[in-house]
Design a protein around this ligand. Structure first.
Ligand code: ZN
Length: 122
């Protein structure tokens, strides 16, 4: 078991190395990744590096394996949302749904107006 965790640590440290300078970056947090994996947000701590304080991501799978990093250079940029954007999107979807329902209800106009007012308030 200790062998496994040692080799995991080595693999993780290797994966945590800054792609620019090879400095082992600082793990500042995680977020859930695809297929129950964990995405570690690693920041380069080498002040002389171009990527200093720049986050790069290391994925750790559910079984503890670390997939080889993929080079996304030249690929389409992935949209990076702001803090809480998922919740905000869900709220907006709920409002749209309620508006859609309001339109088929007899007293829908008033409900529609109230939800519009809430949208403007935000
Ligand atoms: Zn670096």
């Amino acid at each position: 078991m200790s062998d496994n965790s040692d080799s995991f640590r080595t693999t993780f440290e290797t994966a945590s190395m800054c792609p620019k300078c090879g400095f082992i970056g600082e793990d500042r947090g995680t977020s859930p990744g695809p297929k129950k994996s964990t995405i570690h947000h690693i920041y380069c701590g080498n002040a002389r590096c171009k990527w200093y304080n720049t986050p790069y991501l290391v994925q750790v799978n559910e079984d503890g394996s670390i997939p080889k990093p993929t080079n996304h250079t030249g690929e389409k940029k992935v949209y990076e949302g702001f803090e809480g954007h998922d919740e905000r999107a869900r709220e907006l979807i709920d409002i749209f749904k309620r508006n859609a329902q309001a339109e088929i209800k007899p007293c829908g106009a008033e409900i529609l107006w109230i939800t519009r007012k809430n949208v403007l308030k935000n």
